[in-house]
Write a protein that binds this ligand. Structure first.
Ligand code: Z5A
Ligand code: MG
Length: 206
């Protein structure tokens, strides 16, 4: 049995992550690969429901408490994540621990403390970072409705994302058209799946 790949999308608000995740999963499933679209926060679990209320400003929580909840929301899904990957399913994940670190550290909390909560999560085979100036992203869709959709805060988040980048990241110009970005992602992802199918899944994040 060969394993599926763990593909993560990160980027600031409205950079096009959900749009590209959906299109990529459709493409993979139509081209001989089993793939599923995942997202964090996964708002359907009990922990996810609390996170959802927080993001929608229906409740207030201590900054550290909400960081731990975002992290717990990933940990609670690790067994299923491993099971899927090991059974050959590629997971296309809309935000992951990098968002956790970038958003909480942008509030002023210690960068290393933020990382420590997600240490040893499954390591992505690739992180696609959709890069776009905040001033351009803020003109898209319904920017402004949720807790963190404030341009000045998003600019700090973007700086934190830059601190997290390493060789496993591919930076994508998110100002390109939806179709052009999609094409590039399809080509890149097929190679990633092929190159990693015999490699054991690493649990070495951060
Ligand atoms: N958060 C956290 O604090 N800690 C954590 O650990 C995690 C998350 C995991 C919810 O995330 C919040 O949780 C988020 C971070 C925090 N807060 N903020 N900011 P979310 O992922 O659920 O957020 P969202 O509401 O889905 O927004 P988004 O993900 O930022 O948007 P997106 O998925 O990147 O964009 P999109 O929905 O695909 O596209 C937005 C619009 O732009 C839409 O109208 C598209 O048609 C259009 N679009 C997309 N691509 C293009 C291109 N290429 N050109 C032109 N227009 C485009
Ligand atoms: Mg989204």
């Amino acid at each position: 049995m060969t394993r599926g790949s763990l593909i993560v999308f990160e980027g600031c608000d409205k950079s096009g992550k959900s749009t590209q995740c959906k299109k990529l999963v459709e493409y993979l499933n139509n081209h001989g690969n089993q793939a599923e679209q995942w997202r964090f926060p996964e708002r359907s679990t009990e922990i996810g429901k609390v996170i959802n209320d927080y993001i929608e400003k229906k409740c207030e929580l201590h900054d550290r408490a909400v960081h731990l909840l975002f992290s717990a929301n990933r940990w609670e899904l690790v067994p299923l994540m491993k099971e899927k990957l090991e059974s050959g399913v590629t997971l296309v994940v809309d935000r992951y621990a990098f968002s956790g670190v970038a958003f909480t550290s942008a509030k002023g909390l210690d960068f290393e403390w933020c990382k420590s909560c997600d240490r040893e999560l499954p390591t992505p085979d690739k992180v696609f970072y959709l890069d776009i100036p905040i001033d351009e992203a803020s003109t898209r869709g319904d920017f402004g409705g949720e807790r963190y959709e404030v341009s000045s805060f998003q600019k700090t988040v973007q700086e934190k994302f830059q601190q997290l980048q390493d060789d496993s990241w591919e930076i994508i110009d998110a100002r390109n058209t939806i179709e052009n970005i999609h094409k590039l992602l399809c080509e890149s992802t097929l190679k990633i799946i092929e190159n990693n199918k015999e490699n054991p899944l690493k649990m070495t994040l951060f």
